[in-house]
Design a protein around this ligand. Structure first.
Ligand code: IPE
Ligand code: IPE
Ligand code: MG
Length: 251
């Protein structure tokens, strides 16, 4: 029997003891385009509807008191897409950062962004920095947006950082540990993802959090991101709670 005194209210309703919840959920929000195309609508309609799911997930994580949720918003490879789709994604991102600011503050969410900044438009960066600054002391769930993010790019940038510290004599080669590497990544300070969710049914990682997901539990649904519901999120968390995590050892 679960000890109900240690349950937050939504977790209690869902029958999930706090200790069985992931500390960090990472999500590959995929299938926006397919969802729209299935209805004979332009792909961008899928992205537009996907924002609702982002809201649902961040709100649910807050209610469950989950420490961090990382959302794959734009990969370093997504720049291969048509300019019109990329323009729309940038517009949507800017709108999201403006329109969600009130909810982010009300819910005590702390925003963090991982990925490259140098290829993003100035208007997006300005709204991003505003929300980052406003929310930096919030005590709640960390909402981590992976924007122009690629695992290989992140690792490459981390290697450059470490190499320059070695070259300048600040860091001894022998002192480089897994912790040193983790600290040089964009996700420095975050717990590693316990649960990786992918919508849209594809069984791949698509360059997401390559270092960090070493022992994440993977959960994939055929459902596309715009139609991913709270009931399905609950199902993912329930199945996660039943997984036997061994981390290479024996139970
Ligand atoms: C995910 O949906 C969102 C982004 C990659 C920006 P897609 O746009 O990849 O949708 P599908 O996978 O083509 O259906
Ligand atoms: C992964 O989806 C990136 C995001 C969800 C932002 P993609 O649609 O880019 O992945 P692939 O191309 O199917 O691997
Ligand atoms: Mg896709």
């Amino acid at each position: 029997m679960a000890d109900t005194t240690s349950l937050t209210s939504l977790a209690a309703q869902w029958g999930l003891p706090t200790a069985s919840l992931p500390r960090h959920v990472a999500i590959i929000m995929d299938g926006n385009g397919r969802w729209a195309e299935r209805q004979g609508r332009p792909r961008i309609e899928g992205h537009r509807h996907g924002v609702r799911t982002v809201r649902m997930v961040s709100e649910t994580c807050t209610q469950l008191d989950i420490e961090a949720v990382t959302l794959y918003c734009l990969s370093s490879e997504n720049w291969k897409r048509p300019p019109a789709e990329l323009d729309f994604l940038m517009h949507l991102l800017e709108q999201y950062l403006i329109e969600e600011r009130r909810l982010i503050m009300e819910q005590g969410i702390r925003l963090k962004v991982i990925g490259r900044r140098d290829r993003l438009p100035a208007n997006v960066l300005a709204e991003m920095d505003k929300t980052l600054a406003m929310s930096q002391d919030n005590p709640g769930t960390q909402l981590v947006l992976a924007i122009d993010y690629g695992g290989r790019d992140e690792i490459t940038r981390a290697i450059r950082k470490l190499a320059s510290r070695v070259a300048s004599g600040q860091l001894d080669v022998e002192a480089i540990s897994e912790q040193t590497v983790a600290d040089a990544l964009d996700t420095s300070g975050l717990p590693e993802p316990d649960l990786l969710i992918r919508t849209g049914g594809d069984m791949r990682i698509s360059n997401y959090l390559l270092w960090q997901i070493s022992y994440a539990e993977i959960w994939v649904t055929e459902r596309c991101w715009p139609e991913f519901s709270q009931a399905e999120f609950r199902q993912a968390l329930t199945e996660y709670a039943q997984r036997d995590r061994r981390f290479g050892g024996l139970n």
